[in-house]
Design a protein around this ligand. Structure first.
Ligand code: KE4
Length: 429
């Protein structure tokens, strides 16, 4: 498979864009090699600059749940664009999507739109800190909530287990207010509440994690977290940027029947345009400016094009909930196919899956947190990734990512993927 045009573009890009990309994971640093450059996409397929076709298993890291260039979404964007692209003045569209989102997601009365998942999570933490008057937050190792300073913290070695920056530019002052615990480890969270009594504003979690591969919460873990927050007058923030509107209409709160205090969204809610959002009961949301004292703002928040793409996507999902069942069945079919291929080899593996999120880990350990996710054979993953890419299957270019199926993927595409996987594995062993 020739990717000469992408290689030329990557060289050009690196002269004027740091690393040649506008988001690091795209540069293929975790898997090596030169990234492909996409010229167009339609349905389940990506087309690179050499016109190679790939079945897409990242769906733009989640947003394209309906598939690329869905006609109804494109029409909605086109229709709105003819009336102008941004006003910085309220529009009916913002009300329409806010009413729809608060109808689809349980346990929220109000929602504020922003422009990315990072902005949504950053604003949710400020809302929790402002509402509780407390400073510290607990996050989980391996969970990613965007690139706001307070999240770029890794497990500290300090006795108080507060974090240390995992990026230059993040100050020690910021890090001391972020505590970290291993995912699925309730005792560690209990200990943090004891050591930081009355100081913790919120616990923020990806309720089904997608940034260490797909990692599921233990039964009862999320409910216990909610109880701990309640007992300590802290708030529970579900970062549903990945899971929101993907795992169910109402996200993890609907699927796993557990309530949080603040929900954050991104990806699907924007239908492929830059949208994030955070939502809660009105008692909390009315603390936000201009009604309340907690400031949060954005020039392009509620942008009409983005609202049109999001509203069209959510409307289709709301009116056709059978899409979720279809995605679940297709992902289970893929799971079975990958399992079948690997079960006939000596290769250790674990497959984690929930709904249309799935990840393959080359370890025989159960993958339940970042530590166990790190046990995967990364060299083997790189060979797997490039082997599949050459056969026209585009997987996430990192072992620490979830795959995201879109509803345009057909069973023929899944059979093609499983057959390609069988060939790649036989070439590797
Ligand atoms: P954005 O700022 O990238 O829109 O959202 C940040 C974010 C917040 N919360 C969760 C659970 C997320 O997964 C993300 C972003 N996800 C990554 C994929 N692991 C986006 C891909 C990228 O960084 O390019």
């Amino acid at each position: 498979m020739e990717i000469t045009e992408s290689k030329k573009l990557f060289k050009r890009a690196q002269k004027v864009i740091p690393g040649g990309v506008n988001s690091p994971v795209r540069a293929f640093k975790a898997v090596g090699g030169s990234p492909i450059f996409v010229k167009s996409a339609k349905g389940a397929y990506l087309y690179d600059e050499n016109n190679n076709r790939y079945i897409d298993y990242i769906s733009s890291w989640g947003p394209m749940i309906l598939g690329h260039a869905h006609p109804e979404v494109i029409d909605a964007i086109r229709d709105v664009s003819l009336k102008g692209t941004s006003y910085g003045i309220p529009t009916q569209l913002e009300i329409d999507i806010a009413e729809l989102a608060t109808k689809m997601v349980p346990n929220i009365d109000m929602i504020r739109f922003v422009n990315s998942g990072t902005e949504a999570c950053m604003s949710a933490v400020r809302l929790a800190r402002g509402f509780t008057g407390k400073s510290k937050i607990i996050k989980f190792v391996g969970c990613y909530h965007g690139h706001s300073d307070c999240f770029l913290i890794e497990a500290g070695s300090g006795a108080l287990t507060f974090g240390t920056p995992n990026s230059p530019g993040v100050t020690k002052g910021t890090a001391q207010d972020t505590l970290t615990a291993p995912f699925n480890n309730l005792d560690a969270v209990k200990q943090l509440f004891i050591e930081n009594k009355d100081e913790i504003a919120a616990v923020i979690i990806e309720p089904v994690a997608g940034n260490m591969g797909c990692v599921l919460p233990y039964d009862g873990f999320l409910k216990e977290l909610k109880n701990l927050c309640k007992q300590n007058d802290s708030l529970l923030i579900f970062d549903e940027v990945m899971t929101g509107f993907r795992l169910a209409k109402g996200g993890v709160q609907e699927l796993l029947k557990v309530d949080a205090d603040i929900m954050t969204f991104g990806k699907v809610i924007g239908g492929g345009l830059p949208v994030g959002a955070f939502a809660a009961r009105k008692e909390l949301m009315n603390f936000l400016s201009p009604n309340g004292p907690i400031y949060q703002a954005g020039t392009l928040s509620g942008n009409p094009l983005a609202m049109a793409a999001g509203y069209s996507t959510l409307s289709i999902l709301n009116n056709r909930p059978e899409i979720y069942h279809s995605l679940e069945k297709k992902t289970a079919y893929l799971h079975d196919g990958l399992n079948e291929v690997l079960s006939n080899t000596e290769i250790p593996f674990t497959i984690n899956r929930l709904g249309s999120m799935i990840s393959l880990h080359f370890t025989d350990s159960k993958v339940v947190d970042f530590e166990t996710s790190s046990l995967g054979d990364n060299d083997l993953f790189k060979k797997y990734f490039h082997g599949m890419l050459k056969k026209g299957v585009y997987l996430p270019p990192s072992a620490f990512e979830s795959y995201f199926l879109n509803d345009a993927i057909s069973y023929e595409d899944l059979d093609f993927t499983i057959a390609a996987f069988k060939e790649v594995i036989s070439e590797i062993i």
